[in-house]
Ligand binder design. Structure first.
Ligand SMILES: *Cc1c(COP(=O)(O)O)cnc(C)c1O
Length: 384
């Protein structure tokens, strides 16, 4: 039996191992410590932000950011319906109601529909705490268009860049747009600390308040004094050491994933009915010139043209011990969010029905990738 190939496995090396041991031996075995400080500085520099606050997860970063923007009961937060549930979950932690907005052809928030949603929510008298656009599957959203709309309605933009670290758009690194942004270092993301995240911002008060809320909201006095409800959301010093090693290797890891994107594009160029999800970024754009970090390569399958469905291809790959996964099921279709308002245009439902993400990890070997393309070619030949 061949070894199972996963969608996006952690890519850790001797460098991460050495960093972890170094941190462990330093005696700083706690949340906070010199590795956290250094990781935050390096992350801020990488994303072009003044501050990064390392936290226990991307979800924690979303939660603390939303709280500071005033999200709470009797407010709404406009966000992408096409996202991982963590985005919408964090909105509900604050007591706010998520309002879901559908995608354009890139999969990201449709600015046209966002305009309609803003106008309609204002007409209904809703108090809009924030717009939370998601950079879907590594592709940076049209933040210039979103910013213009947000300004018109005087609503802050808080970017969920959990999937897009390392991408750039219009020369700007992912995570630099909005009043603040969130990145994630979960195990399957473009880089990992096994679990973790960060809030990125430029306002020193927001950075300080995020740190304060993330460490149980302790007042600066010797006894434990609290005037706010706090959280235990800080990143461990050990994991920050792993993060520093990952950040150092990130450019090489991005390049590896981009290589897989190129090969998938070549492979599917000759397959009618199969198109790259989110466009053809990665074919021949210069390094750093894409909107994408190539976290996952996904395709859309038109069954009437291809002669097979995305699910047929997924099942074939699964039988060959290769993991592939449908795109995110839109939040407006999730039972848990059934009562929330949504503005839809059919795009996200179509992406969910016809999309498939393929193994894209930087840890894949050339031999493993050949196994994947071989399995896809075999399937396409007999199915077309
Ligand atoms: C992974 C992810 C998150 C949450 O990050 P965690 O670190 O797993 O809490 C939030 N939003 C999106 C879009 C994600 O993909």
């Amino acid at each position: 039996m061949s070894e199972r190939i996963h969608l996006s496995s952690p890519d850790v090396t001797q460098l991460e191992e050495d960093a972890l041991v170094r941190a462990l031996r330093s005696g700083w075995v706690a949340p906070l410590g010199p590795e956290v400080d250094a990781f935050e500085a390096e992350l801020a520099a990488y994303t072009g932000r003044s501050f990064a606050v390392a936290l226990s997860s991307g979800s924690a970063a979303l939660h603390l950011g939303l709280l500071q923007l005033g999200a709470g009961p009797d407010t709404v937060v406009l966000t992408s319906t096409m996202t991982f549930a963590a985005t919408a979950n964090a909105v509900t932690y604050t007591g706010a109601t998520p309002v879901f907005v559908d995608s354009d052809e890139s999969g990201n928030l449709d600015p046209q529909l966002l305009r309609d949603a803003l106008a309609d929510q204002v007409r209904r008298g809703a108090k809009i705490a924030a717009i939370v656009p998601v950079d879907l599957i590594g592709k940076v959203a049209d933040h210039a268009a979103i910013r213009d709309l947000a300004r018109r309605y005087d609503v802050p933009v808080f970017v969920d860049a959990a999937e897009s670290l390392g991408a750039r758009r219009d020369g700007k690194p992912a995570g630099q747009d909005g009043i603040a942004a969130v990145v994630s270092f979960n195990g399957n993301k473009i880089m990992t600390t096994s679990g973790g995240g960060a809030l990125l911002c430029d306002d020193p008060d927001m950075a300080a308040r995020t740190r304060y809320l993330a460490t149980q909201a302790r007042q600066p006095v010797v006894h434990y004094e609290h005037v706010d409800v706090g959280y235990n959301y800080r990143m461990s010093n050990l994991l920050a050491a792993v993060g520093r090693a990952q950040l150092q290797r990130l450019p090489a890891m991005l390049e590896r994933r981009r290589g897989w994107r190129r090969r998938y594009l070549e492979l599917f160029a000759g397959v009618p009915g199969v198109t790259p999800f989110g466009g053809e970024d990665g074919r021949d754009a210069p390094a750093g010139g894409d909107h994408d970090n190539f976290w996952l390569t996904s395709v859309l399958v038109a069954p009437d043209v291809a002669g097979f469905s995305a699910e047929d291809l997924r099942a074939h790959l699964a039988a060959a011990d290769i993991e592939a996964r449908p795109l995110w099921k839109p939040m407006h279709l999730q039972p848990v969010f059934a009562g929330c308002p949504s503005y839809t245009n059919g795009a996200s439902e179509r992406f969910f029905r016809t999309g498939l993400s393929l193994p894209s990890g930087s840890v894949l070997t050339d031999e493993q990738f050949d196994r994947i393309t071989g399995a896809i070619c075999d399937f396409v030949k007999v199915s077309a």
